[in-house]
Design a protein. Structure first.
Length: 94
């Protein structure tokens, strides 16, 4: 199975909006092409669903981060799923 993401840039912007931050980033594949319409899900410590969105045609996404958010899960059909603790993916590049 192909590696899902060669380069993922997740930026936790400390934009205070009613005690929440925003998680935003851009998703690329092995050819450095943006991955459009990838699923981006924010999960709690017990892996329960909190919020979800999809990337746009440029691979960009933005999602509100609730205080109890612990994990990010990025998936797309045909690619390996990216699953990491949010604390491990600030400015993450692989």
């Amino acid at each position: 199975m192909r590696t899902f993401i060669t380069i993922v840039i997740l930026v936790l912007a400390a934009l205070r909006v009613q005690a929440q931050t925003t998680i935003s980033g851009r998703i690329f594949n092995e050819q450095n092409t943006p991955v459009e319409f990838a699923n981006v899900v924010i999960l709690a410590a017990d892996s329960s669903f909190l919020y979800g969105t999809i990337s746009d045609v440029d691979g960009r996404f933005s999602i509100a981060k609730p205080q109890n958010a612990e994990f990010v899960n990025i998936s797309y059909i045909g690619y390996e799923t990216f699953y990491k603790k949010l604390s491990e993916v600030v400015d993450f590049q692989r």
